[in-house]
Design a protein around this ligand. Structure first.
Ligand code: SAH
Ligand code: SF4
Ligand code: F3S
Length: 474
């Protein structure tokens, strides 16, 4: 299933992996059956995309991908550090692997992803998880063959926090889906929102070459992929590190020119960089979905300032209103952090007010989680958990009503849905997503990966229900 077997060429003059790939292949070819690798992923779509690269690389080195840790000879845990809970989950799973290593001393366990870019977590893994063989940071995942070759050759642990300002091209990708794909267009983040660990664990922004992105998307379209998501922590600052002024709106417009039957999504955008030019490109495009994920985080200008977000309520609403004016059918989703340090009840109420005004189709909401090394973790006025939890309950109740009302507007309309096949919970029902990423259930069997027009008959806050309708959309 690997997509591409070109030699990896990290821009920036880093290592050629070919000799290491050969060394690991020599090792994996010794048994009567190929050894197995289990890849476990925590975190955001960037991590999911990275895991597809990890899986592609191990496959290239002669491993077979398996769905269970128990039968694996190599386990790769791709971790997330965004909130304490994400880290604890990963550590607890790694803890459970101790008995697997006892049963199979040849088992290699590697911990990848955002968590291991933090020195204190590496120290913890080194001391308390002696059966972990290596840690591999996100900016050097293309070096997996090197790490593996070294561990296999001398059995020594590699607990490095290696980082590079690199854009590695050509790593094979083992895509999980045959119709939905993501394409990283940039790596890292320069924004240093005061609560966020990402800039510390993923390094500074690096944009891929437009030609590389365009070639990858063209290849996916040619292979029949229908839904392609461009990924970056802040996609609308794509190209800032280039000298020629080529930026995200140009990239989107160039991608839109690719002929084919596909839809483009992108995430995530930062409100401070969301421009009218970008909205205009979307509105004029043939393939860009009318959907926008625009994290608001908080509704109080004072809190937004403390968060280092570089926009206020007015600026946020200005670009939101412009989007809705240009694309009345647009679905807008957002992220909200509840109980940022020193947030008062009144300030939290301002977040609720913004929700009422913005009318998001969906939100992802999080209770603030202090991250070691970020400015917000040191701020006065950390909010007690019971207060935070009560605010979260109110937020969710309000958003539920708003999502209900937003989805109710679609009742009676016919919308295009990309089928995901039979529902996991009920084989008699089929499911899919609209271009706006809304989940739709329908009875007619439509193979996964095919478009279907569905007339919406009923709506709830998180899903739409309808019937296949051959008579196109309205
Ligand atoms: N780059 C994106 C998303 C980053 S992480 C952006 O700028 O919007 C996804 C979401 O996690 C963030 O939008 C934020 O809402 C949330 N998040 C980040 N750090 C957090 C923390 N310390 N506590 C709680 N939520 C956090
Ligand atoms: Fe984190 Fe802010 Fe960067 Fe998003 S933009 S990844 S919230 S620092
Ligand atoms: Fe988590 Fe790293 Fe993504 S911290 S949210 S996996 S960028």
């Amino acid at each position: 299933m690997s997509d591409c077997c070109a030699k990896q060429t990290p821009v920036g003059g880093a290592l050629d992996m070919t000799p290491y790939i050969a060394a690991v292949r020599a090792h994996t070819a010794t048994g009567s059956t190929p050894p197995r690798c289990f890849v476990l992923t925590f975190g955001c779509q960037q991590n999911v995309a990275d895991s597809e690269k990890l899986a592609g690389m191990v496959e290239e080195m002669g491993y077979e991908i398996t769905a269970t840790a128990e039968e694996a000879d190599l386990i790769l845990v791709n971790t997330c550090a965004i909130r304490e809970h994400a880290e604890q989950k990963a550590l607890s799973v790694v803890g459970q692997y101790k008995h697997l290593k006892e049963k199979n001393p040849a088992l290699i366990i590697g911990i990848c992803g955002c968590m291991v870019a933090q020195e204190h977590r590496r120290t913890e893994l080194k001391k308390s998880y002696p059966y972990v063989s290596f840690t591999l940071c996100t900016s050097v995942i293309y070096r997996l063959p090197q790490y593996l070759a070294e561990v296999i050759a001398n059995g020594k642990r590699i607990m490095r926090g290696e980082e590079e300002h690199t854009v590695a091209e050509g790593a094979p990708i083992r895509r999980e889906s045959t119709y939905r794909a993501s394409v990283s267009i940039m790596y890292g983040c320069n924004n240093f929102c005061s609560y966020c660990i990402v800039p510390y664990v993923r390094g500074r922004e690096r944009s891929r070459e437009p030609a590389a992105v365009i070639a990858e998307v063209r290849d996916l379209v040619a292979k029949g992929y229908k839904d392609i998501t461009l990924l970056g922590q802040n996609v609308n600052s794509y190209g800032r590190d280039r000298a020629d002024g080529y930026a995200f709106p140009q990239l989107l417009a160039d991608l839109d020119r690719i002929e084919g039957d596909y839809t483009l999504h992108f995430m995530t955008s930062h409100p401070k960089d969301a421009t009218r030019e970008l909205v205009d490109v979307m509105a004029a495009s043939r393939h860009v979905a009318h959907s926008f994920h625009l994290p608001l985080q908080a509704g109080s200008d004072r809190i937004l300032k403390l968060m280092n977000r570089h926009y206020d309520r007015a600026k946020y609403l200005d670009i939101l209103d412009y989007m809705r004016e240009k694309m009345p059918d647009i679905a807008v989703t957002s992220d909200i952090i509840v109980a940022f340090p020193s947030e008062t009840e009144e300030e939290f109420d301002q977040t609720l007010q913004m929700l009422r005004r913005a009318r998001f189709d969906m939100i992802y909401s999080f209770i603030y989680s202090p991250r070691k090394g970020t400015p917000a973790a040191e701020m006065e006025g950390q909010v007690p958990h019971d207060v935070a939890a009560a605010r979260m309950t109110r937020l969710l109740a309000l958003q539920n009503d708003i999502a209900d009302a937003q989805n109710a507007k679609l009742v009676g309309k016919t919308v295009r849905v990309l089928s995901e096949g039979q529902s996991k919970n009920d084989a008699a029902v089929y499911t899919g997503r609209t271009d706006q990423n809304k989940i739709v259930f329908f009875a007619e069997p439509v193979p996964e990966g095919e478009w279907v027009m569905v007339k919406i008959e009923r709506a709830a806050a998180f899903a739409l229900y309808g019937t296949k309708n051959e008579n196109k959309g309205d």
